[in-house]
Ligand binder design. Structure first.
Ligand SMILES: [Zn+2]
Length: 464
């Protein structure tokens, strides 16, 4: 039997095998290797277990940077370093909410980043209800005076995550608008798609000249409960009164930093490939989806390329600091590298969880269209679609793309369950599906293998 099967294997190899590239950068070989990856999971497990929550500007993020530098060195990368920068830092305090009347009961709330404090005594006020941000925008100025403005939404799961763009502004700009209209405080139905009793935090911003007010998110079931109470109480003209207590504070300028590592290429004159994730997380969870997994994915893929021999172009890994609280890391990186167009060719980011890549998008110059075709074909076996809008990049590479006019590739992940977990205490390691994580590494390995060894001209035409 053994003899016959080995004979057969020999014949099959002669007649059936596709030609094996002598080149050790064969993207399909790296893709196959990526499907067996263990590095991405190990990084995600390490960050979530050994560090845990790592809010930017805090001691936990500093520990995360130390861990990261050690880890990236141990993996064999070159030029591993921490590039510190300073940032204003907001930290959470105590937070409680309750309905006082007519249906007294406690609610689950969390403060939004940059929320003002209510003071220890909290704020008690009538709730002014709006079924959308647009409805609150239409309210006359001054009509919210002394009230707690409450905005709900009808966000549902979408594969591309676009519902976040539709409903997110209730968090991003709602508090600013409520303050301008005189509200004492602002609460939203969490910007999310789960039905756990976990509020979703996230940043908000008050424009200069606008007084910050306390702003928080209720868990989705609590917000729905409040909405029912308001509709019921309205039948008898009874106001709903609520008490909110949140005591966050600003602790001034603190240090954050970008952790950087490289696979140096053979030709430094060729623009490098910048690949990014963010190291910081919100404080409520260990940030497995957002964004330890992203750091795991990009790093595992870069290591896969490195392990197959030195590429033509340098691959630079950016584990950005302070994304969640205002994109400070991306800004600091762009500031340091702006106008060095020769240094960067293409930018990519992974910051949308750990579920499978379903679509590839490009912003490429015409001169590189053959590379685009090669990548699209090579990704087909992973079930990745090539139709899609132009790539726009991620939050941490936004500024360097803008300042240096870079080409972009987006490997879009399935975001169907992303906003179930986003910025909640539920964003933990157990949510990572190892098979889907490996598919990400395989996709990234394929793309990095091709572009880091391509001498195509990726220079974008000048912006209009
Ligand atoms: Zn993120």
């Amino acid at each position: 039997m053994r003899k016959i099967s080995s004979l057969f294997a020999g014949a099959a190899a002669l007649f059936l095998s596709t030609p094996v590239l002598a080149d050790n950068h064969d993207p399909m070989a790296l893709q196959a290797k990526g499907l067996e990856d263990t590095v991405a999971y190990a990084i995600t497990e390490g960050l979530t277990t050994e560090i845990g929550p790592r809010q930017a500007g805090t001691e936990a993020e500093a520990r995360a940077r130390d861990w990261s530098v050690k880890k990236l060195k141990a993996l064999g990368f070159q030029n591993v370093r921490n590039e510190p920068f300073m940032m204003t830092t907001w930290v959470r305090g105590a937070e409680t909410a309750e309905i006082l009347s007519p249906y007294p009961q406690k609610m689950h709330i969390t403060a939004l980043g940059n929320s003002a404090s209510t003071g220890d005594g909290g704020i008690e006020a009538e709730v002014a209800y709006f079924d959308s941000l647009a409805a609150m925008r239409a309210a006359p100025d001054g009509s919210l005076s002394g009230k707690i403005a409450f905005v709900t939404h009808d966000m549902h799961r979408t594969q591309d995550g676009s519902s976040y763009g539709t409903y997110g502004p209730a968090r991003f700009i709602g508090p600013n608008l409520a303050s301008q209209k005189g509200a004492a405080a602002y609460v939203i139905k969490s910007i999310g798609t789960d039905y756990h009793r976990n509020p979703h935090t996230g940043n908000t911003n008050f424009r200069e000249g606008v007084t910050p007010i306390p702003a928080g998110a209720l868990s989705l079931p609590d917000a729905d409960n409040l909405e029912r109470m308001i509709k019921l109480a309205a039948k008898t003209g009874t106001p709903v009164r609520m008490k909110v207590m949140m005591t966050p504070q600003n602790i001034g300028q603190q240090e954050s930093g970008n952790v950087i590592a490289e696979v140096t290429g053979t030709d430094p004159s060729k623009g490098m490939i910048l690949i990014a994730c963010h190291l910081d997380s919100w404080d409520l969870a260990t940030g497995a989806f957002d964004d330890a997994a992203g750091c795991g994915i990009i790093t595992a893929a870069a290591k896969n390329v490195m392990d197959h021999g030195q590429p033509l172009r340098t691959i630079r890994i950016l584990w950005a600091g302070a994304e969640e609280v205002g994109l400070w890391g991306g800004k600091a990186y762009a500031e340091k590298n702006k106008n060095q167009n020769q240094n960067h060719a293409i930018a990519m980011e992974s910051d949308f969880g750990a579920d499978k890549v379903w679509r590839v998008e490009y912003k490429f110059p015409e001169a590189a269209k053959d590379v685009r075709t090669e990548i699209s074909q090579a990704l087909s076996p992973l079930g990745i679609s090539i139709s899609g809008p132009p790539a726009s990049g991620g939050a941490d590479i936004r500024d360097i793309i803008a300042s240096n006019n870079l080409a972009i590739i987006d490997l879009q992940q399935d975001g169907t369950r992303y906003f179930d977990l986003h910025h909640t205490p539920d964003d933990t390691l157990d949510k990572i599906d190892p098979a889907q994580l490996r598919q990400n590494v395989a996709a990234w390995s394929t793309v990095l293998s091709i572009i880091s060894n391509s001498d195509a001209d990726f220079t974008m035409p000048p912006k209009e």
